[in-house]
Design a protein around this ligand. Sequence first.
Ligand code: IPE
Ligand code: IPE
Ligand code: MG
Length: 261
Amino acid sequence: MSLDQILAVLPSGSAEEALARQIDFDRLPAHVAVIMDGNGRWAAQRHLPRVEGHRAGIESVREVVEGSARLGIQVLTLYAFSVENWKRPATEVSTLMGLLKRYLRSELNTLLRNDIRFHVIGRQEELAGDVRRELADAEAKTAANAGMLFNIALNYGGRAEIVEAAKKLIAEGADAESLDEQRFSQFLYTAGQPDPDLLIRTSGEMRVSNFLLWQIAYAEIWVTDTLWPDFRKRHLLEAILAYQKRERRYGGIKHPAVAGR
Ligand code: IPE
Ligand code: IPE
Ligand code: MG
């Protein structure tokens, strides 16, 4: 995973190629998390039903998964469905679940070919049986892959995750003395993973919408007005370049943008 890998899927002489050549591969974000937003607005602009925006957003998912894997990003987390998204009309929710199943079926081979490990974070027990089976199948078939870890946040809520972690800790009989941030984080869905270095949100909204609340403590946030169905590798490259210009401080003093502390 390197410059050559990403250049192989970018048109030569393109603006994307010029962006890719500016990336410092020694200072990539280890974990990129994305709030994929704006599907409904994309559809509304075209006088289409909202679900058409979700359908179009699948191509953006493909672009970002392939682009991230080729760049050599260790962990990519996509926010696909929040615990609050059940408030939407039942037809929209069922279309989203159907699209997810279709995506998994059609992309499984791509995930395998690219050595990507698929992992679900969120309250899976509340999802329909057929969706859970499809997710479990994709997780099992990609479990031995050693390349990029691709988390999909489904029926995910940051506060719910923290409460669940606390419950697990109590059930384990953990004592207050030995509890610290490091230990607590091992009870989160993302146990063992680096925290996001870069958080991308599309469609211009300046909020985190209950996403990875614990893990984004020191993430660099990049918001674009681009709507999710219009998001392409070019935007991912722009986000990473912007990240590489940031100065990370972690509460201290001058610190170059490096992954981890
Ligand atoms: C993001 O697009 C997709 C999900 C939340 C599942 P939206 O559906 O939220 O689109 P907008 O924000 O209404 O434009
Ligand atoms: C966040 O988008 C959730 C996902 C991207 C899955 P929303 O569209 O649900 O967030 P709000 O309602 O604008 O905060
Ligand atoms: Mg939205």
